[in-house]
Design a binder for this molecule. Structure first.
Ligand SMILES: [Zn+2]
Length: 213
């Protein structure tokens, strides 16, 4: 008999709430690529990747019920690009003497070197580390590997691939990809989240780190 999964008690920063509803995103096809009908310069990365406008962002306490199965696109991107903890939204743990920035991968003994992840880093706070390890259902099922990463590098963006449809409307046929900027299919990508490649990794024991702190 399997152990029942523990109900989460923490609302991770990158998890959207039920009141954080979708922002309008009027997509269309022009000049052989995906774009917004009312696009502004804030809608694309400097390399030209179209960003998913995502969900409204409300302050903590006003977000409604956490939707644990989803990721808030703007907060995931901020966590990856600004090195923020996926659980509390504060600064991630970066300790050069211990190997760099703290990341958690799904699965026991997962090979971290060169891995591409959509899971933002963590701070070393007891509450955040405990929530990430003990309350993530996927980690409860498959275990985890904690690593410190000296060189986390933005690899690309992940999201839905669209195709030109009738009347200049794009269609989504269920294909989701993670692509580096400049990839030929990037012009059809609605980029929801940032993917980071982990380089110069050192496996760590979170409990031992806490005991030594
Ligand atoms: Zn944290």
């Amino acid at each position: 008999m399997s152990t029942p999964l523990r109900a989460p008690t923490v609302e991770p920063w990158i998890v959207p709430g039920s009141r954080e509803t979708a922002l309008p995103f009027p997509l269309r096809v022009r000049r052989g690529r995906l774009e917004y009908a009312d696009e502004t310069s804030a809608d694309r990365t400097p390399s030209g990747v179209l960003l998913h406008r995502g969900l409204r962002s409300l302050p903590e306490g006003r977000r409604g019920r956490p939707r644990y199965q989803l990721v808030h696109p703007a907060r995931q991107r901020a966590a990856m690009l600004d090195n923020l903890c996926q659980i509390c939204g504060g600064p991630a743990s970066v300790v050069p003497e211990l190997g760099g920035t703290l990341f958690l991968l799904i699965g026991h003994d997962t090979r971290a070197e060169g891995a591409i992840t959509l899971r933002p880093p963590l701070c070393a706070g007891r509450r955040c580390a405990r929530a990430a390890v003990e309350e993530c259902h996927e980690i409860q099922r498959r275990g985890h590997t904690a690593v410190r990463v000296r060189s986390p590098l933005v690899y690309g963006y992940s999201g839905r691939i669209h195709a030109p449809g009738p009347f200049g409307r794009p269609v989504y046929r269920g294909e989701d990809l993670t692509l580096p900027p400049g990839h030929a299919r990037s012009r059809w990508l609605l980029a929801a989240t940032v993917a980071v490649r982990l380089q110069d990794c050192t496996p760590v024991d979170l409990a031992a780190e806490r005991r030594a702190a």
